[in-house]
Design a protein around this ligand. Structure first.
Ligand code: ADP
Ligand code: ADP
Ligand code: MG
Length: 542
């Protein structure tokens, strides 16, 4: 090891990793001898949204405890006593000085939206209305309830609503509070793109109009880019140490992050860079048709949701991205393909061998991860399997754990690995980005892409993370309709036409970052947005 990591170098590239200069200085906080250390702190600012971009386990909650005044950072002196004056001395002359002075002068009240909304029903027993009414400190609850479309579930019990509804209830409950400092630990899980945009707008409104400090951790880069005013990148070794950079402009911060190199810090955080194609990929020479499916119809019953599938062709060796709002029938289509559901009209070729990663992963056996994965493939443990699957999905460290002890993100990575380890004609992945942090998304994306390329495999990937869809897909399947009532699955199309159809439905356009070609969401109603809508150029340029 290079001396900073407790385990193996996470990049397998020790020679190109510089030692961060911060590590020679004292940390902001260290929990104890050989325990986790945090270097630096994010800078909340009234009227601004401060973004944090980086992996989990890197000290974000630790930083928020400090910024909320709940813990005095010990500046590395974990055996002695520290006080705020010493902390202020350390940060005098930095962007954090003002905030710390405010914190010392008066109490800073903080509201938090927890990362794992699935835990909320375990902590609150009652109806949505009862939970939300306790939080209505600014008299804005009705507005938030309408904007986030939670009116229909107000009288339902908290333990009966879906993940996406829980996320929106948690957002409303946090933003309804009257505090100085709001900490939102991920806003997008379970939400579709327009719900993500709404959440981002409400957070910006509260910052600007309410003059509050907002600190947001987010792993969907397109949304983070739209939402934040400034950005801190965090890097390090999860569980061992974390470094919070000085604030960067959001544009540069995300560009540097994707490029794998932090300019000011002179720090390489990833061996390879991630690049986007500015123009839609040329029609790739298609393989043979893998499956030609006819028009299909499926209804869950009289007056319930129904899905119409327009017939189409999936080709060998392609990755088909699948996009559409929540509740429009994407998972229903996946279940029709796997045979878990049968269509009411139309017939599907059932000869296909399908490896399926469902949206909601239920692997609760009391079995170890290594035993589970080796029961799926004989390649388990081979050098090819390690390089292509275990390493990019960061499985080494959880191999000996039991499946039923895994966190959401760990479970997701095991499920993706299990799916790709099967020998199949079609790999069908339903929302692989859920619960993954940004670095894990990047790695999972390249693992899926590399796997399909090296094995001439065909994949269908349903996801709401537009960067992931862009980086993965050769073609796109778009759903439209009226969520929860009726959906239509359009036939697969070229990326350019598909993105235009999908985004026109949402009224969202993307421009391109001048330096890197990275897609960036236009501010709704901005001049660029209106121009591009008029020209019908929603995503790719030229
Ligand atoms: P994040 O919010 O980025 O996921 P946290 O700040 O929660 O990270 O935790 C960072 C690291 O600090 C983790 O490895 C965690 O185990 C460790 N840690 C958190 N609280 C304590 C504590 N009270 N004592 C020792 N270690 C802790
Ligand atoms: P998506 O994956 O696009 O979010 P789904 O296919 O999961 O959408 O669901 C589409 C609609 O069908 C939703 O309104 C959902 O509540 C409903 N639905 C899903 N499964 C069932 C079922 N077994 N019985 C009745 N309605 C269902
Ligand atoms: Mg779904």
């Amino acid at each position: 090891t290079c001396g900073i990591c407790v385990e193996k170098c996470p990049f397998d590239a020790i020679e190109i990793i510089n030692l961060p200069a911060e590590l020679e200085a004292e940390p902001t906080h260290r929990y104890g001898d050989n325990a986790f250390a945090l270097y630096g702190l994010p800078t909340p600012e009234p009227g601004k949204v401060t973004g944090i971009l980086g992996p989990n386990g890197i000290g974000k909650s630790t930083a928020v405890h400090a910024l909320a005044g709940e813990m005095v950072p010990n500046l590395g002196e974990y055996e002695g006593e520290t006080d705020w004056e010493a902390v202020l001395d350390r940060y005098r002359g930095t962007e954090l000085q003002n905030y710390l002075e405010g914190l010392i002068d008066g109490d800073i009240a903080v509201a938090r939206k927890p990362q794992y909304v699935d835990q909320i029903p375990k902590q609150f027993d009652g109806k949505v209305r009862e939970l939300l009414e306790q939080t209505d400190e600014r008299g804005e609850l009705d507005y938030l309830v309408d904007e986030l479309s939670i009116r229909p579930v107000m009288d339902q019990r908290i333990d009966s609503i879906s993940g996406g509804e829980l996320q929106r209830v948690a957002l409303a409950a946090t933003l309804a509070r009257d505090v100085d400092f709001y900490f939102l630990d991920e806003i997008t899980p379970y939400l579709d793109i327009s719900q993500r945009m709404t959440a981002a707008r409400l957070i910006q409104e509260l910052a600007e109009e309410g003059d509050r400090s907002m600190l947001v951790v987010e792993h969907d880069l397109a949304i983070l880019d739209l939402l934040a005013d400034t950005l801190h990148i965090t890097y390090g070794e999860p569980g061992a140490y974390g470094v919070v950079t000085d604030p960067k402009s959001v544009r540069n911060g995300i560009n540097e992050y994707l490029g794998g190199y932090l300019d000011n810090e002179n720090m390489r955080i990833r061996p390879e860079s991630i690049t986007f194609e500015e123009h839609a990929p040329r029609t790739s020479s298609k393989g043979q048709p893998l499956v030609e499916y006819p028009d299909l119809h499926k209804s869950y019953g009289e007056g319930e949701f129904s899905l119409d599938v327009e017939g189409g062709t999936i080709y060998e060796s392609e990755v088909l991205g699948v996009v559409g709002p929540n509740g429009i029938g994407k998972s229903t289509l996946a279940k029709l393909f796997t045979g878990a559901l049968s269509p009411d009209e139309g017939e599907l070729d059932t000869e296909l061998d399908i490896a399926y990663k469902p949206q909601y992963i239920e692997i609760d056996q009391p079995m170890r991860v290594d035993a589970f994965l080796s029961s799926i493939t004989d390649d388990f443990g081979s050098s090819y399997w390690n390089t292509e699957i275990a390493q990019p999905l960061q499985l080494e460290r959880i191999m000996e754990q039991n499946l039923d002890d895994l966190s959401g993100g760990e479970r997701q990575r095991v499920a993706i690995a299990a799916c790709l380890s099967e020998d199949a004609d079609l790999y069908l992945l339903d929302e692989p980005s859920a619960h993954l942090d940004v670095e894990q998304r990047v790695q999972a994306t390249s693992a899926i892409r590399r796997y399909t390329e090296n094995h001439d495999a065909t994949a269908m990937v349903i996801d709401h993370d537009i960067y992931m869809i862009d980086l993965l897909s050769d073609r796109l399947m778009v759903f439209d309709g009226e969520p929860a009532h009726h959906g239509t699955a359009r036939p697969p199309q070229e990326m350019r036409a598909g993105m235009n159809d999908f985004l026109a439905d949402l009224d969202i356009t993307f421009r391109r970052d001048e330096r890197t070609g990275r897609p960036r969401i236009n501010k709704p109603g901005s001049q660029k947005d209106r121009e591009q809508q008029r020209a019908g150029e929603y995503y790719y340029s030229g």
